[in-house]
Design a protein around this ligand. Structure first.
Ligand code: ZN
Length: 291
């Protein structure tokens, strides 16, 4: 097998550089700033982003408005966040969950997103360990993958940090996610890798060899602060923490990764308090200098 001859210099491809709107708090129920979607898309393009990943909240003003703003700025939509939790204590009952899952897949299709990020939810209430939850997920994801395929959408499974196993995701390692994807074996399933969730994993390089590079949808950028005060909303800006982001990127690119690199920082006490322009500028600057 020949090794990739891809030239990694310059090592930063802005053509695949994306801004996740949660980085200015658009994943929150109440808006944290008064920017309209068009102001955000224009600013993203101006600062050097090529794509934007939206949250379902961003669509509240209407899909047409979002699509027009994205097109006018010359951006691509790199994805939609996210599926409902499918199982565990934060999931609704099965019928509602299935409805919401389908609705989120339809939302992704309506804005021309290639994929929907899937956070599967924690261990099923009343059960212990991971096995039973995995088997239920397998069935749910198989059904959803079929519908996603009809809609032209991929489901990007995101393993979350093990601290969330009880509540937000019983898929906690890249290996878990890859095994499940391999077991279901559906072309509409892909993988999302996030610095925040995998930076500690010494087996990442080994795990990643188990999936085709084109099935790695996106790499989410942020950092892990050594004094993290809130496990959900205290992510660091690239360069401010202890994650070896350069090494993680090398692992992915050496494997042939060709997806989006997406800045995604939930930061209620710091970045969400700042002017969105400052946040965007800092993201670009840190991507170029620290990643
Ligand atoms: Zn992520």
């Amino acid at each position: 097998m020949t090794r990739s001859t891809k030239d990694f210099s310059p090592r930063h491809c802005l053509d695949r550089f994306s801004f996740n709107t949660a980085t200015i708090g658009n994943n929150q129920e109440q808006p944290l700033h008064d920017w309209e979607i068009a102001q955000l898309t224009d600013a993203c393009a101006e600062k050097g982003f090529s794509a934007i990943t939206l949250w379902r909240n961003d669509l509240r003003g209407g899909v047409r408005k979002v699509v027009d703003a994205v097109n006018a700025a010359g951006l691509k939509v790199s994805g939609l966040c996210r599926s409902p939790f499918l199982i565990g204590p934060l999931a609704s009952d099965r019928e509602l969950t299935d409805q919401e899952f389908r609705a989120s897949i339809e939302n992704a299709a309506s804005i021309g997103a290639p994929s929907l990020t899937v956070c599967v939810g924690g261990v099923i209430t009343g059960t212990k360990g991971m096995s039973y939850s995995f088997s239920v997920l397998e069935e749910q994801l198989s059904t959803a993958a079929e519908f996603a395929s009809e809609m032209g959408i991929r489901l990007a499974l995101e393993p979350l940090h093990p601290m969330y196993a009880g509540s937000r995701s019983c898929i906690v390692t890249t290996q878990d996610a890859i095994s499940l994807i391999a077991k279901i074996d559906h072309h509409a399933l892909s993988l999302a890798i996030d610095v925040y969730h995998v930076w500690w994993d010494q087996k990442l390089a080994q795990s990643i060899t188990g999936i085709a590079p084109e099935k790695i949808e996106a790499f989410h950028l942020c950092d892990w602060l050594p004094d993290t005060r809130d496990m959900l909303l205290d992510r660091g800006m690239m360069g401010d923490g202890v994650a070896d982001i350069r090494n993680l990127r090398n692992i992915l690119y050496e494997h042939g990764f060709c997806g989006y690199e997406e800045v995604e920082i939930f930061s209620s006490r710091n970045w969400w308090q700042q002017d969105p322009n400052t946040v965007l500028e800092t993201c670009v600057d840190r991507f170029l200098s620290c990643c």
